[in-house]
Write a protein that binds this ligand. Sequence first.
Ligand code: SF4
Length: 366
Amino acid sequence: MRETARKAHGEPLAAAECLPGLGEKLLSWFEQNKRVLPFRTDPTPYHVWVSEIMLQQTRVSAALPYYERFIRTLPDVPALAACPPEQLNKLWEGLGYYSRVRNMQKAAKVVCEEYGGALPADYEALLALPGIGEYTAGAIGSISFGLRVPAVDGNVLRVFARLYDDEGYITDPKVKQEFTRRVMAHQPPGAPGDYNQALMELGALVCLPGGEPLCGECPLAALCRGRASGRARELPRKAPPKARRVQPVTVFLLRSPEGWLLQRRPAEGLLAGLYQPFALEGQRLESAGEAAAALARLGLEGASLPQPLPAAKHLFSHIEWQMTGWKAELPAQRAPEGCLWADEEALRQQYALPGAFKAYKKRMGI
Ligand code: SF4
């Protein structure tokens, strides 16, 4: 078992760390207040897996239509394993972080080859699959298989930081390990899945991020040290984020009678393998002359004088794109290497353009 989960087991809490009745109070609140969600109504390992991966960066209400469409189109692990990559990207379009769904497909292939198409009921085996970390393995393991394992996400860390009035940086692996130990010490043996979900649900509905927690509605209020000290709102603490690397990008919206020019990104790295409007990374072309010269270097002929588009910005976790844009019309011609022309129907049905280009996508009619 991986370090965090392994250390979470079998270590009783010191008396000062005990919050008596936490598990029972939480389960009883969950029973009465839990949201009815499709992956809760039918919590197969596949359903829990898909939902947890989607919910990593997306709120439940926003993720639900994506979840339902995904499960309708790809109802099980073998269907996910066999899905053509473009269709898979299209199902994920709007959720972002496409590496998540690519890793899901890699994992689905492993599950088909090694486990006959059914996710294994084993925490370590789940952890060994591509894209499945401790939290997701814990969620699938506890909710679908009833395993006594933790599932500690940002919601749970926030709740425990406040419950214990603990100022440790939750971004520090040692602090996370310590919180996980406390989470597990309060986990009722007969209900690991409900307990884990109840903690997440409390964090999502009551012990809210980024504002005043709803302590008046909280089943754990009497136990909560952060509430007693008046510091709950200031918790949890995180280490200051590292500065993002700024990267200039020039985006070209180029249209010929055959459609818009799309460029496929490299198979590895940022937004790997996705199609995008043609773009030059590492440079911001500020004049129409520079933009026209760049088109000529690409071998694109007969372009109209490029017209400027508004500047835009997109934040990735470690990079900030500062984009400038140009638009031009071209006569019919071969697309440069690594590119293709896509008409509006193909743009809507076939190609998933990353959200980083949101400011420019609407100018392409999508
Ligand atoms: S009492 Fe308030 S701060 Fe404490 S866990 Fe409940 S909602 Fe969070």
